[in-house]
Write a protein that binds this ligand. Structure first.
Ligand SMILES: [Zn+2]
Ligand SMILES: [Zn+2]
Length: 319
């Protein structure tokens, strides 16, 4: 029996994105929803666009970012649905919810270690879910925690795609070649790759996860932002090319021992922008992006890494 998919776009208060894409999936009496928008107001918009929220059997969360999980609790409370998400992302969410202050302190400490200026300390956590709302997430019941590829029912499978977040998951309707990619593959934006736990080479994992979805014969990519599009393999090739150029640029910019923040300030970012032209949130993203590239370069021995008075710095390896 063919699976019916309907796109619901809801407004989100993130300037660079504006909308989040939620997907209603129906087959043989089953009603699934991919992602939940940013908040309870996303849920209201979902209903206004024709989705009967109380009908939902299963909510599939692609990753932990607030523009994807923010409406989850409201949806579960209204429908009693089961929830599936990556185990690693769920663990991080619980960590934040149980002790937002401790999580925030670790986060700030790491940013400072990698050269984030201490006079900007308060800005590094702007836009992250450390406020009192975070505790509400403890009420979300996640029934299916995903650690490896698997199956939900006769139509739906899932694949782990760590990188954009440690526990990112893509959902799949195999019979119809549909890939619900979350923020793993987007059509017009290169997904942001930040750093979650210092030991993880998130960019390395991301590049491997791009290979995981390539050559699988997916006909349509249904992303977490934007409309469904064809040509998954071509888009994956473009994103890989982007990172390979950026890795080279960042490697070349480490002519002397430089912190991740210094490197971020030397790079010309998308649309010719400099760190000094950016607002706080954009600057935090650029810093995270520089750092994830530096960690990957240091793991692959293209740059050396050394601590100077508590600040970690990188320098291009001499050939
Ligand atoms: Zn995201
Ligand atoms: Zn997103």
């Amino acid at each position: 029996m063919p699976v019916d998919v309907k796109l619901h776009e809801v407004k989100i208060p993130i300037r660079a994105l504006k909308l989040a894409s939620l997907y209603e999936i129906r087959s043989d009496g089953f009603v699934g929803l991919v992602d939940s928008g940013m908040s309870e107001s996303s849920v209201k918009m979902l209903e206004a666009s024709g989705m009967k929220v109380e009908d939902i059997d299963l909510l599939m969360l692609t990753h932990l970012h607030v523009d994807h999980v923010g409406g989850a609790l409201a949806i579960q409370e209204m429908s009693g649905c089961r929830v599936a998400m990556g185990e690693h992302d769920y663990r991080i969410l619980r960590d934040i919810a149980e002790d937002p202050d401790a999580f925030k302190a670790r986060y700030v400490k790491r940013a400072l270690e990698y050269g984030f200026p201490s006079d900007l300390e308060t800005s590094i956590t702007r836009g992250l879910p450390f406020d009192s709302n975070a505790r509400r997430l403890l009420d979300l019941k996640v029934d299916i925690t995903i650690v490896q590829d698997g199956r939900l029912n006769s139509d739906l499978t899932y694949m782990t795609v760590p990188g954009h977040s440690p526990g990112s998951v893509a959902f799949i309707v195999e019979g119809q070649g549909l890939l619900f990619s979350g923020d793993h593959v987007l059509e017009r934006i290169t997904p942001n790759i930040g750093v979650y736990e210092e030991k993880q080479d998130m960019l390395g994992e991301y590049l491997e996860s791009l290979d995981r979805v390539k050559g699988k014969g997916f006909r349509v990519c249904l992303p977490g932002h934007g409309r469904p599009f064809a040509g998954v393999d071509e888009r994956v090739a473009e994103i890989k090319e982007h990172h390979s150029l950026r890795l080279k640029e960042i490697e070349e910019s480490c002519t002397d021992w430089s912190s991740a923040y210094t490197v971020a300030s030397r790079i010309i970012w998308n649309r010719g922008r400099h760190l000094s032209d950016m607002n706080e949130m954009e600057r935090n993203f650029a810093f995270g992006e520089a750092l994830s590239h530096l960690i990957h370069l240091s793991r692959t021995e293209r740059v050396a890494r050394k601590e100077f008075d508590g600040i970690i710095k990188f320098r291009k390896e001499e050939p």
